[in-house]
Design a protein around this ligand. Structure first.
Ligand SMILES: C[C@@]1(CC(=O)O)C2=NC(=C\c3[nH]c(c(CCC(=O)O)c3CC(=O)O)Cc3[nH]c(c(CC(=O)O)c3CCC(=O)O)/C=C3\N/C(=C\2)[C@@H](CCC(=O)O)[C@]3(C)CC(=O)O)/[C@H]1CCC(=O)O
Ligand SMILES: NC(=O)c1ccc[n+]([C@@H]2O[C@H](COP(=O)([O-])OP(=O)(O)OC[C@H]3O[C@@H](n4cnc5c(N)ncnc54)[C@H](O)[C@@H]3O)[C@@H](O)[C@H]2O)c1
Length: 219
């Protein structure tokens, strides 16, 4: 195992950004759904949409479809592109054009030749679990993730909403860095997940959070 097989995991903020998919088949459908889930602005270029889901999304204008073959200037102003046609030579050509323009590119037919690959993903609200085999076996990535599904149940969504609200308030209310850090240690110590699992958890409102901060802060 060398660094040749290693990718840098990052989480990209695609909200409102222009993301392009070349091709309109099964793979394009999967990638389009990932993009729509994170609020990207999705454009598909393909002479045919072989996926019914994509046809429906295009009809409803949830995404934009340009009904023709790929042209190099499709990449202008694009944040990232998925080369997802069934013509692997063309996919490589798209990747070369994207590289020249500094556009991030994923290649459906030759994962290792693109600038990024797609992990299998499980979401629980603000929690993202992403598993990748670095291209070794995508189905294995999904199987491994399925094993995590039970361990990280739906309770994580509520738990992370709580953490988000609480941390935001602590950052606003507590100016001293050390006091903030001690307080955060205590927050992480609260067994909220346990409470949620037992069914006895009522979401904290802002007053309850402020009160908790006042009682627990040590300046
Ligand atoms: C995880 C997932 C995410 C997603 O796409 O959403 C994903 N592929 C999934 C499914 C899947 N893909 C394929 C099969 C058929 C079985 C098989 O071949 O094993 C199945 C299984 C199925 O469909 O059941 C075929 C396939 N895939 C790639 C190639 C070309 C190549 O090897 O380079 C070929 C051969 C094409 C051919 O034979 O011509 C390439 C890639 N696929 C990746 C991701 C990236 C590596 C991820 C990693 O290793 O971590 C990478 C490198 C690039 C990319 O696509 O980003 C998603 C499952 C998520 C889910 O379902 O939850
Ligand atoms: N990465 C993955 O997860 C994964 C999984 C399965 C297959 N694959 C690979 O991805 C390729 C695509 O798979 P699929 O199942 O979506 O194929 P598909 O045959 O369902 O769809 C291919 C799409 O590409 C379009 N297309 C063809 N030529 C084009 C052009 N010049 N310009 C624009 N669009 C064009 C077609 O109209 C069609 O909509 C496969 O050939 C395979 O190599 C990748």
């Amino acid at each position: 195992m060398t660094e040749d097989h290693q990718y840098l995991p990052v989480l990209l903020n695609c909200k409102g950004r222009s993301c392009l998919i070349i091709g309109g088949g099964k793979v394009a459908e999967r990638k389009a759904i990932h993009l729509l889930d994170v609020g990207a602005s999705v454009h598909i270029v393909s002479p045919v949409l072989r996926s019914e889901t994509l046809q429906r999304l295009a009809n409803k204008n949830v995404l934009r479809w340009t009904k023709r073959e790929y042209q190099a200037d499709d990449l202008t102003g694009v944040f990232l592109v998925y080369a997802a046609t069934d013509d692997s030579k063309l996919n490589l050509e798209i990747a070369a054009n994207a590289d020249r323009l500094g556009v991030l590119v994923n290649i459906a037919s030759h994962g290792e030749k693109g600038t990024f690959i797609t992990p299998a993903v499980l979401r629980r609200g603000r929690l993202t679990l992403a598993v990748s085999t670095s291209g070794a076996g995508p189905r294995a990535a999904r199987d491994i993730l399925q094993q995590l599904e039970e361990q990280f149940g739906p309770e994580y969504e509520e738990y992370l909403d709580f953490l988000y609200e609480m941390r935001t308030m602590i950052k606003q209310e507590v100016a001293c860095k050390d006091a903030r850090s001690r307080l955060l240690d205590k927050v992480y110590g609260i067994d909220l997940l346990g409470e949620i699992r037992l069914g006895g958890y009522e979401p904290w409102n802002a007053d309850k959070m402020k009160q908790w901060i006042e009682i627990n802060r040590e300046e």
